[in-house]
Design a protein around this ligand. Structure first.
Ligand code: 5GP
Ligand code: ZN
Length: 113
């Protein structure tokens, strides 16, 4: 399958790793939208969160968020986790991924940025 993130899992395309284990890979986003912008992906391919993803996989991805926040030292200051899904959701890479953003206030009044 011609999937960018699967190629990263296989080591065919380089990435700046933040964390890796047998189930997930986390790496720096190439085009950061905040001072901290890490992507967490399952090593197994799922198109997106609507792709019959097993509960264990979803749970493990969310548990990994905490590890990433500690590694990037944003666990105290806070962060945002987002999963863009499909075209209206702004998903550009069709391999399930969580964005972890932080390192600066990500809000302006009630306006979410
Ligand atoms: P989406 O828009 O699908 O929610 O998120 C895809 C993310 O992947 C974007 O934030 C984009 O910057 C990132 N991205 C796209 N291509 C690459 C790449 O080759 N390397 C890395 N590290 N990130 C990428
Ligand atoms: Zn993939």
């Amino acid at each position: 399958m011609d999937c960018l993130f699967c190629k990263m899992v296989k080591g065919e395309i380089p990435c700046t790793k933040v964390y890796e284990d047998d189930k997930v890979l986390a790496f720096e986003d190439i085009n950061p939208a905040a001072p901290v912008h890490v992507l967490i992906i399952p090593k197994e391919h799922y198109d997106n969160v609507g792709d019959d993803v097993p509960q264990e996989v979803l749970g493990y991805l969310l548990q990994t968020v905490k590890k990433i926040a500690e590694i990037k030292e944003i666990d105290k200051s806070g962060y945002r986790v987002s999963i863009n899904t499909g075209s209206d959701g702004g998903q550009t890479v069709n391999h399930l991924h969580l964005h972890v953003n932080g390192g600066a206030p990500l809000y302006c009044g009630s306006l979410v940025i």
